[in-house]
Design a protein around this ligand. Structure first.
Ligand code: EPU
Length: 437
């Protein structure tokens, strides 16, 4: 098992490139199950979660290959697959549940392990199941598995309102509706850019979907789809993590290849705490013909001046402040000149980084959904333990800001969502390395 060692206190300077979005790549790769043939997905990050999904599709009988040179994944989906996602694979990655909608829509049946809880909260999938049931799927829960069948082999369009906004729930039901018979209207949908990117990918496959990026999706089912040919959007959470790194005192970092429009809530908070953020001329980007995107790819330069100012933050579904950036922003607020209040409204248990940040000298008190962060002038390095993906990223940022050495254990959490973060941060002047723990 690896650990990351950071010798902190060096402000970051330089530029860094953003990879493709994990949370867009995963459902888009799962969408390949909707059509037989040879699929191509470009700008796919090389991450543990993407490899797990590749294994899962392999288990079903698909051939999945990654080209390191082009950063593309090709998927050959045969005429028939084994429509099953076993516990051994699903337990390592909750997002595997996004195969459920495509499988039941295309093969009329699916057997997918229930993902179970995870460190950041209970994370039920009741809304995925209710949505699929509205499309006519018969759902049974047996032996820890969801067994979904479509009577007469296919689903039918319906009007369905989600009880609460769910990203992968919206994705699952949208994918299923793409092949359902007739019209589906989904209300109270998640509006995250990753949902829109999946919708764009499905439209390129021949799906008829309107309303992506709003809370109402209107989908006219089609009898079949063609294979995928899509380029994944840049990862706004990876980009946001680098923006926070640059906003640390003394930083001056250009984050290339991001979509500034996807980062608005974070940019607003970073400006409030005193960072300067300006767009930079985007490097030329290949964009395949007809591709829909919810914003233009560009670059952002962030300059972290002196000590940050405090700010209150409340996480919320997009376009609100993303829960996936809460831990990283907290690091900046740990160093602020005053007290900030962070309220986590999306997940019930997403403050596990607090105890670890306290080990570095942060002054944070948690009361239920709220953390009160009293800024301190400096943090000091210490051994810490990563508990989940974004918490791990926060610990790397804290290590960069802290005086002395920080060792982060359980780096496998980080590797699920960041492509070799140490290799991206080192050229910015970070003294960071990976070691065998
Ligand atoms: N929820 C339900 N019922 C459901 C589905 C969700 O009650 O059927 C609740 C959840 O328990 C949670 C809230 O709704 O309290 C929102 O959860 P959501 O379903 O939107 O989360 P998700 O789809 O499981 C995705 C990302 C997460 C990100 C959240 C919120 C992927 C693969 N994962 O998860 O990403 O935090 O949306 O934006 O897209 C990460 O990348 O680190 C990560 C955890």
């Amino acid at each position: 098992m690896d650990k990351i060692v950071v010798e902190g206190g060096v402000p970051l300077r330089g530029s860094v490139d953003v990879s493709g979005a994990k949370n867009a790549a995963l459902p888009i790769i799962a969408a390949s199950l909707l059509a037989e043939g040879d699929h191509a997905v470009a700008n796919v990050p090389d991450l543990a979660d993407v490899r797990t999904l590749g294994k899962l599709l392999g288990h079903m009988g698909c051939a999945v290959e990654r080209s390191a040179a082009t950063r593309a994944v090709s998927i050959r989906v045969p005429a028939a697959v084994r429509p099953e996602a076993p516990y051994e694979l699903v337990k390592t990655m909750r997002a595997s549940v996004v195969v459920l909608g495509p499988l039941v829509a295309r093969w009329g049946k699916a057997r997918v392990s229930l993902p179970g809880g995870c460190a950041i909260g209970a994370r039920p999938i009741d809304q995925h199941l209710k949505g699929l049931a509205a499309l006519g799927a018969e759902i049974r829960l047996e032996h820890g598995y969801v067994e979904a069948t479509a009577p007469r082999g296919h689903l039918r369009g319906a009007v369905f309102t989600f009880d609460g906004q769910t990203v992968t729930g919206t994705e699952n039901v949208m994918m299923a509706a793409a092949l359902a018979e007739g019209r589906t209207v989904l209300r109270n949908c998640a509006r995250e850019p990753e949902v829109s990117d999946l919708a764009a990918a499905l439209v390129r496959m021949g799906a008829r979907i309107e309303g992506a990026g709003t809370d109402e999706l209107r989908i006219e089912g089609v009898p079949s789809l063609r294979p995928l040919d899509h380029t994944v959007i840049p990862d706004r959470i990876e980009a946001g993590t680098f923006l926070v790194a640059g906003a640390l005192p003394g930083g001056d970092v250009t984050v290339n290849g991001c979509i500034p429009e996807h980062l608005e809530a974070l940019i607003e908070k970073l400006r409030t705490v005193g960072a300067e953020i300006a767009p930079v001329k985007p490097p030329p980007q290949p964009r395949s013909a007809g591709q829909l995107r919810s914003g233009d790819v560009g670059g952002l330069r962030v300059i972290g001046n002196g000590r940050p100012r405090p700010v209150d933050v409340r996480t919320a579904p997009h376009p609100g402040f993303p829960t996936d950036m809460q831990a990283q922003l907290m690091v900046l607020l740990c160093l602020a000149d005053g007290s900030s209040k962070i309220t986590e409204t999306v997940f019930e248990n997403r403050f596990m980084h607090v105890q670890e940040l306290q080990r570095l000298g942060a002054d944070i008190a948690v009361d239920g959904k709220t953390a009160v962060v009293k800024g301190v002038p400096s943090l000091s390095g210490a051994p810490v333990m990563a508990s989940d993906l974004r918490a791990s990223a926060a610990l790397v940022l804290a290590g960069l800001a802290a005086q002395g050495t920080t060792e982060i254990q359980r780096v496998y959490h980080l590797d699920r969502g960041y492509e070799r973060i140490e290799a991206k941060l080192a050229p910015l002047g970070a003294r960071i390395r990976r070691e065998k723990a």
